[in-house]
Design a protein around this ligand. Structure first.
Ligand SMILES: Nc1nc2c(ncn2[C@@H]2O[C@H](COP(=O)(O)OP(=O)(O)OP(=O)(O)O)[C@@H](O)[C@H]2O)c(=O)[nH]1
Ligand SMILES: [Mg+2]
Length: 677
């Protein structure tokens, strides 16, 4: 399929709260544009977007689906993004590829938490916005109230571009505000006039000349009007609201029409793109003839291998074009560009500025990579992903699967930037971290289905540490001198507590050769071994200084081994005398919830031994910052979600180590003893 020009491309992402009706809308758009022969449904698991097994079974979107249709000569690329908060990484990467968002707001539910978040992301990326009211065929939807509440939240730039005809199950269709009114009955024309006026005012406001003529009462030409509206939309001054009932196909053609007419083409986008070269930023015009593109998503396909999805920002490329990647400083031949339609791919001979396409067999490419047609060091701004915070420790069910597990995990984390795999140094556990318990569950299912590796998962161990709180001295003499060659070594140690984070220090204070210098490294080495294993509960020791200040030796019987034994005993003894304690990691927790949950959050955090640092109100959202022991929030994600009906979210970051309260320390010590038998 040869495209005519970049002006005919429209790149949009459908975003919104979970279950708002995005996938159903995309399906209805494909069907209306005859890109599909039948309209699938989420319930039946046969939509173009939700084709992956996990999506079909759960009836939710997990990955962004890339779809394509042609409407009246316009090539429309649609990115259907997931709405549940754990998949926000998919939304953020999709936004990098497009020029306009279609924010779906469920008619019955109104504005929800994720509606606001998506609005904010779209604003941050300077994207044109369209609002689609979905499920307008459901009962108890009050169109006027809905529009007013959205205008209160998002501003007066929101103006309906169509109106629903009828209500609930009696919804007959929708009427375009700018359409001809012939044959219309009832009171709709009155409302239409009013809205039409609002729309025209909002559209001409940004254009002084038009505004003047309009205020003088001059009739504006249809084309002039459309041009002004398109510009106002591209700049975010006007946000059209369109009513739909996608399951019944109502309002869908009007939406397609609005996108084709008023959504900015890649050339008209008000987004600014620049290539970063060290400290410099070089603006990039989409009319620039140099080929440049950014990878916004990758996927491992069982049949074609790794697919990388690109948004082309400037220039053209063919399959022979050699793509240069400044991150790896390597070039790869494009090989085969592909147009993506859900799970189907069709080969393309050429790609244009603004295109969204895939390339196959590109193992080297990673999300955020910049690609050039010529050698160039400039890179596009990397896509910023949130830090995931829910972890599980995993190990393969069958021994010998370690290698397969690690290959599979690295593939999964390559295609999902919010899924992180790490080996914890202290606990030696393989830990996976994701956005939520559901996210991790989905990943483990994918491991099983796609890579045939099964694992056992449990909460990761908390990396406690051991330290001392006072100074103490200890001595040990190791002596065995009966028969044959003897063993002899004696050490005197002084242990001092050090400040948090200081680690371990060894000081050699031996004077006058009380211990010959060749044995001293053995003393230090043995103590460092004890540090790793711990003394009171099996956790590594930290923030301690050990000073070797005296000792004795025997000219024949002393050996490294003898001094090591003495060092071990003296250190353990000294450690126990120096009022040892356990340290636990404390994290900085930032919780955002609607104001109504303030009471719950504060009492819950104090129950978790948390210390509240501050509270801020952002509109009706409350942001609470607190220091909380890591051990107290291992299941916080699930609990917060269920208590706030999914309206709360949070971030965590490591803060510092602090002393474990005595009672909890006793329990931990007892647990270790029980394990050791
Ligand atoms: N009555 C009615 N229900 C709808 C309509 N569109 C979608 N639904 C229902 O709403 C539910 C969610 O629809 P989806 O299309 O999966 O919503 P989504 O926004 O894609 O969901 P996620 O991608 O998981 O966030 C499904 O049960 C749909 O059948 C509509 O026009 N009318
Ligand atoms: Mg969906």
């Amino acid at each position: 399929m040869a495209l005519s020009t970049a002006e005919d491309i429209r790149n949009i992402a459908i975003v919104g709260h979970g279950g708002a009706g995005k996938t159903t809308l995309a399906e209805a758009m494909l069907f209306a544009a005859e890109a599909t022969e039948r309209m699938g449904s989420v319930e039946e698991g046969n939509t173009a977007s939700d084709f992956e097994e996990e999506e079909r079974e759960r009836k939710i979107s997990i990955d962004t689906a890339i779809l394509h249709l042609t409407w009246k000569g316009k090539e429309i690329n649609i990115l259907d993004t997931p709405g549940y908060p754990e998949f926000v990484g998919q939304v953020l990467s999709a936004l990098r590829a497009i020029d306009a968002v279609v924010l779906v707001v469920s008619g019955p539910a109104g504005v929800e938490l994720n509606t606001r978040k998506c609005w904010r992301y779209a604003e941050e990326e300077s994207l044109a916005k369209f609002i689609v009211l979905s499920k307008m065929d459901e009962e108890n939807v009050d169109f006027d109230k809905l529009v007013k509440s959205m205008q209160d939240i998002f501003g007066r730039g929101l103006v309906p571009l169509n109106l629903p005809l009828g209500k609930g199950s009696g919804l007959k269709g929708t009427i375009g505000v700018l359409d001809s009114r012939e044959g219309l009955e009832t009171d709709v024309p009155k409302a239409l006039d009013r809205v039409r006026e609002q729309l025209i005012e909002a559209a001409v406001e940004a254009d002084d000349e038009l505004l003047e003529r309009y205020l003088e009462g001059q009739e504006l030409g249809e084309e002039e009007m459309a041009g002004a509206l398109a510009q106002a939309i591209a700049r975010g001054k006007v946000v059209p609201i369109l009513s739909t009932a996608a399951m019944r196909g109502l309002g869908v053609a009007q939406l397609l029409h609005a996108l084709a007419e008023f959504a900015p083409s890649p050339l008209d986008s008000s987004r600014e793109f620049f290539l970063i070269k060290g400290e410099e930023k070089e603006p990039l015009e989409s009319a620039d003839s140099r080929f440049s593109a950014q990878v916004f998503k990758t996927m491992t396909d069982p049949y074609v291998g790794k697919l990388s999805f690109l948004r082309v920002f400037s220039g053209k490329a063919t399959n022979d074009t050699v793509l240069y990647n400044p991150r790896t400083n390597r070039s790869v031949k494009a090989g085969q560009f592909l147009r993506i339609k859900g799970k189907e791919q069709t080969p393309l001979a050429e790609v244009l500025p603004g295109d969204i396409v895939a390339v196959a067999k590109t193992e080297d490419l990673a999300v955020s990579d910049t690609l050039h047609g010529k050698r160039d060091t400039g890179v596009f701004k990397p896509i910023h992903f949130p830090q995931p915070m829910v972890s599980l420790a995993i190990e393969p069910k069958s021994r010998g699967d370690e290698q397969r597990l690690s290959t599979a995990l690295s593939k999964l984390s390559e295609e999902d930037s919010t899924f992180i795999v790490s080996r914890e140094l202290q606990t030696n556990e393989l830990v996976i971290t994701g956005m939520s318990a559901l996210h991790l569950e989905i990943m483990l299912n994918r491991l099983k289905r796609r890579f045939e590796v099964e694992v056992v998962a449990k909460p990761p161990k908390i990396p406690y540490k051991e330290t001392i709180t006072t100074t103490a001295e200890a001595q040990y003499r190791h002596k065995k001198q009966t028969g044959g060659r003897g063993q002899y070594g004696e050490v005197y140690l002084k242990l001092d507590p050090l400040g948090r984070g200081a680690g371990f220090e060894f000081v050699d204070e031996i004077a006058g050769g009380a211990i010959p210098s060749q044995y001293i490294p053995a003393v230090e080495k043995r103590i460092r071994q004890v540090l790793e294993k711990g003394v009171i509960a099996g956790y590594p020791v930290t923030d301690v200084r050990a000073s070797l200040y005296d000792g004795s030796y025997h000219t024949v019987d002393s050996s490294e081994i003898a001094f090591k034994i003495a060092a071990n005993r003296a250190f353990q003894e000294g450690f126990r005398r120096a009022q040892p304690c356990l340290l636990e990691p404390i994290v900085l927790l930032e919780v955002s919830v609607p104001n109504e949950f303030m009471g719950y959050i504060t009492s819950d955090l104090s129950g978790r031994r948390g210390r509240i640092l501050g509270m801020d109100s952002l509109g009706d959202l409350l942001v609470v910052r607190a220091l909380v022991p890591m051990a107290e929030i291992t299941r916080y994600a699930t609990e917060l979600r269920s208590r706030t009906g999914g309206q709360g979210f949070y971030t965590v970051a490591f803060s510092h180590y602090d002393v474990v309260p005595h009672k909890i320390q006793e329990e931990l010590v007892a647990k270790t003893k029980a394990k050791e038998g």
